[in-house]
Design a protein around this ligand. Structure first.
Ligand SMILES: CC(C)(COP(=O)(O)OP(=O)(O)OC[C@H]1O[C@@H](n2cnc3c(N)ncnc32)[C@H](O)[C@@H]1OP(=O)(O)O)[C@@H](O)C(=O)NCCC(=O)NCCS
Length: 167
């Protein structure tokens, strides 16, 4: 699972994705402190405990909180955080399964990347990808040569060892 690099000074227009997400009745907004418990539950139940811990970490750095949520009918249906796994990193991110394909993942990604650009970064790293074709298509991300192990290498190895231990 390699890392990918995104040029923040050359981001494409996000407007079509905003329009699609909005037409699906979804609003993407920055995280607020009161989202913390709901977000941790959403990510833990639908993705993984490790991602839930990373999402939770986004709340630890003061304001602005380093992430966004997608909300539909008052419920969290997607999330994305940055500066969590490592400095300069985007992710993790995820959209509720029944709402994929409506541009929500792209809007979450753009909101985070634009925030990172505002922070002064010229590039962002997407760690341990994942759906490389999605990142390539939406923001022109490129796989970083030699990054196959990624910063999550140790985590994956330990998870594998635990699975083998249980089998
Ligand atoms: C990856 C993910 C966040 C994308 O969210 P989404 O809301 O479905 O994505 P969008 O609707 O914004 O997709 C934008 C474009 O990318 C394309 N796309 C989405 N997922 C893709 C994938 N896995 N591979 C290739 N293209 C993809 C869409 O078809 C769309 O293209 P279009 O503009 O031509 O219609 C979502 O599939 C998800 O939650 N996956 C599971 C968690 C995960 O893998 N997270 C990433 C960890 S690195």
């Amino acid at each position: 699972m390699p890392d990918m690099l995104v040029r923040l000074y050359d981001l494409p227009d996000a407007a079509p994705y905003h329009a699609r997400a909005s037409a699906a009745g979804v609003r993407v907004r920055r995280l607020d402190a009161w989202d913390r418990t709901h977000l941790r539950r959403f990510v833990g139940e639908r993705f993984s405990e490790e991602w839930a811990a990373e999402a939770d970490f986004a709340f630890g750095g003061g304001h602005p909180i380093a992430g966004f949520v997608a909300v539909k009918d008052g419920e969290i249906v997607g999330f994305a955080v940055y500066e969590s796994s490592r400095r300069g990193f985007f992710g993790p991110t995820g959209v509720r399964e029944d709402l994929r394909g409506y541009g929500i993942g792209a809007v979450l990604l753009f909101r985070c990347l634009e925030s990172m650009r505002e922070m002064g970064y010229a590039y962002a790293i997407i760690g341990g990808v994942g759906p490389a074709a999605f990142y390539d298509k939406v923001c022109g991300a490129r796989v970083i040569e030699g990054s196959e192990r990624s910063v999550y290498g140790e985590l994956y190895e330990e998870q594998r060892a635990r699975r083998q231990q249980r089998a």
